[in-house]
Design a protein around this ligand. Structure first.
Ligand code: ZN
Length: 311
């Protein structure tokens, strides 16, 4: 009986302690805000339940034109740290509360110096999974400032799983691009967003709309040059950003005789209901198939589930 009662007291104490630490954990969990691009999925995957992660620009939203809503400001007021892509992907970051630590993850991770010739860095850095891997390291290093030391090993394990999945994804992309005939290895998009992907995987890049000399208006001389460039680069299909395709893309298609693809590219964040890895696979498959290559869906699915199974 005595043994029984001391056991009861012990278990009561344990359960009280557990309840207290649980409620403490939920009260003191750090709050990270992921602003744009693929950061919502990436920060969530790396931090798991040890960090409260909220997202500002919706995963499928347009970061270039997003405006802060009153509810965003309320949400931001409890943030410990803000992660954003950087390279001016989202102009609203200039309006974020200055007292909260704000990290331009892409800029810190990649540390690309401005090209004096070009004077422009394509902010869509995540289309090269090797860049996402560097961004993962930056996020891990910064989250350590907000979580207890005993959670660091777990954080590091997840970051390593993220990085190894991205490395597998990078090899998978190389394999798919290799199936495209050499004379057709070009990424034709409307806006410039795939320069990092093109550079890493030895492809040409043809951003139709961003190739105009005049902003927004395509003159007949532009159309003539674009048609000639598309032919030289071996573009077989024009990949739209939206459906229905833009007027500009339709005009280019009519002038060049190059059809508009039935699959679209996802430039600015995640594809609807897709993870970072699934979005990358969707884009690479669209590029590869439209340019005469193939897309290995079976191996792609394995990489997608590897990402989803990161605890
Ligand atoms: Zn964009």
């Amino acid at each position: 009986m005595k043994i029984h009662s001391s056991l009861s007291v012990a278990s009561l104490l344990i359960s009280l302690f557990a309840t207290a630490s649980l409620s403490k954990a939920s009260e003191t969990r750090p709050h990270a805000v992921a602003v744009d691009g693929i950061l919502c999925d990436l920060v969530r995957t790396i931090s798991s339940s040890n960090v409260k992660v909220s997202c500002l620009v919706p995963p499928t939203g347009d970061p270039h034109f997003y405006k802060l809503k009153p509810s965003d400001l309320i949400n931001l007021s409890s943030a410990n740290v803000i992660f954003h892509n950087g390279y001016q992907l989202t102009p609203l970051v200039n309006k974020l509360p200055s007292e909260i630590k704000t990290i331009a993850v892409g800029e810190v991770a990649l540390n690309i110096k401005e090209d004096p010739q070009d004077n422009f860095i394509d902010p869509h850095v995540w289309h090269d999974p090797n860049n996402i891997s560097l961004m993962a390291t930056t996020i891990e290093a910064n989250l350590k400032d907000y979580i207890p030391v005993y959670q660091w090993t777990e954080l590091n394990n997840r970051t390593n799983k993220v990085k190894s999945t991205l490395s597998t994804l990078s090899s998978w992309i190389t394999t798919q691009i290799d199936t495209i005939p050499v004379s057709n290895r070009v990424i034709t998009s409307e806006h410039r967003a795939f320069s990092h992907l093109a550079k890493k995987f030895n492809m040409q890049e043809m951003p139709i709309i961003d190739s105009f000399s005049t902003k927004g208006k395509m003159r007949p001389s532009d159309l003539k040059r674009i048609t000639s460039d598309l032919s030289k680069l071996g573009t077989r299909e024009l990949l739209p950003e939206t459906f229905p395709a833009s007027k500009t893309l339709k005009r280019v298609s009519r002038a060049s005789g190059i059809p508009i693809s039935k699959t679209q590219l996802f430039l600015d964040g995640l594809a609807p209901d897709m993870s970072t890895v699934e979005t990358a696979i969707s884009n690479v498959c669209a590029i590869s198939i439209s340019q005469g290559g193939t897309c290995d869906q079976i191996s792609a699915e394995k990489i997608s589930s590897q990402w989803k199974n990161i605890p």
